[in-house]
Design a protein around this ligand. Structure first.
Ligand code: SF4
Length: 269
């Protein structure tokens, strides 16, 4: 038995996910980042997927996973609208750790229909149109990336925004039927920045230019000192809409899908 096994739950496919999540969250407080991802791997029976956008937080977690060679799948959602700098850090990360990171790309027919309906940058027309684009280029990809997964590791931090204030280490994602692991739930951005420097982790060069949260190029801008971290995402929308649906409250997902479908329909008509 490893030292970790003494404090984290043993893998047990029959265990109540809510109980497992509570026990993992309780254990997290005494674990460092390396131990947190190892604990998740040890406690969750079945495939574990880490989705990375190669931002500061994801590079931090990626280092903890890759430097320990953990049996965790690394996947990125290649929306087709990412920055060249994001592709650069993706390639640099693969070189540094000697491991391929799997890309999931938009489904061809859905993407062609979206572009036909909206045009190249139709996502700026309305919140619903933007959500439709995010669905085709991101959410549907995530759904495929997580097919068959028992756990999903993300780079969410509780202090990133009001939407994320309730994030804990381990949560049940009942809509997806898995346990969601947020190893940086109690970290600050400064701590992640210090970690990447300490461990010489490759980071996106856009961070140094004021891009704090980096997503698709047309929907991301640099922020000014003092602006909220996610203010550079979909800045033309009302405050509070700075989420793309990947981490939506499951209770809101069905309503959002209806919105997206109606946006697509009205754009076609
Ligand atoms: S972030 Fe922008 S370009 Fe990327 S999927 Fe969403 S709306 Fe489309």
């Amino acid at each position: 038995m490893t030292a970790l096994s003494a404090i984290v739950p043993r893998p047990d496919a029959t265990q109540d996910p809510a109980v497992l999540a509570r026990r993992l969250s309780a254990a997290a407080n005494s674990l460092d980042l390396f131990e947190r991802v190892a604990a998740a791997r040890e406690a969750i029976a079945g495939p574990l997927v880490f989705t990375t956008s190669f931002g500061l937080e994801d590079q931090t977690i990626g280092h903890a996973i890759l430097s320990q060679n953990l049996d965790i799948d690394l996947v990125t959602l290649d929306t087709g609208r990412l920055f060249a700098e994001t592709h650069d850090v993706w390639a640099e990360t693969e070189r540094r750790y000697g491991r391929r990171i799997q890309a999931v790309v938009p489904e061809r027919a859905a993407l062609e229909s979206l572009i036909e309906a909206q045009g190249a940058n139709g996502f700026r027309a309305s919140v619903a149109a933007r959500q439709a684009c995010c669905h085709v280029r991101k959410v549907e990809l995530l759904n495929r990336a997580l097919e068959g997964a028992a756990g999903w590791i993300t780079g969410l931090r509780a202090d990133q925004s009001q939407h994320r204030a309730e994030v804990s280490f381990a949560e049940v994602d009942s809509a997806r039927g898995l346990i969601k692991i947020n190893p940086l739930f109690d970290w600050t951005r400064e701590r992640a920045d210090a970690f990447t420097r300490e461990h010489d982790v490759p980071v996106n060069t856009l961070h140094a230019a004021g891009f704090l949260s980096i997503g698709c190029a047309p929907c991301t801008r640099a922020v000014q000192p003092g602006e909220p971290e996610r203010a550079g995402r979909w800045w033309w929308e009302d405050e509070g809409k700075s989420e793309c649906g990947l981490h939506a409250n499951p209770l809101h997902m069905a309503a959002r899908k209806v919105l997206e479908e109606s946006a697509l329909e009205s754009a076609k008509s």
